[in-house]
Design a protein around this ligand. Structure first.
Ligand SMILES: [Zn+2]
Length: 89
């Protein structure tokens, strides 16, 4: 769940070169992602999924609370319907 959360952060910054994993030397992203509160290197998900690195509990708690709020949110269907689609035009 945390790995998916890391993958879904919006792109905060991009860099010209790829970072390298400090454990296995693979190329590991050139972006930084954010959720509006925290930001992290794009390659952080690699450390979590491939090297089983655990993130600070403060971040994990924040991410889980954020996902809970998203799950509880109600979709504004009127807004979506008002956007129309290319098929309507
Ligand atoms: Zn690695």
């Amino acid at each position: 769940m945390i790995a998916d959360y890391l993958r879904c952060g919006f792109i905060y910054r991009a860099f010209g070169g790829l970072s390298t994993c400090r454990l296995c030397d693979c190329q590991n992203g050139a972006l930084e992602r954010s959720d509006g509160v925290w930001y992290w290197p794009d390659g952080l998900v690699h450390y979590v999924t491939e090297h089983h690195v655990r993130l600070p509990p403060e971040f994990v708690d924040h991410a889980l609370e954020y996902l809970d709020r998203l799950g509880d949110a109600e979709a504004d269907l009127d807004w979506w319907r008002s956007q129309g689609s290319s098929r309507d035009g």
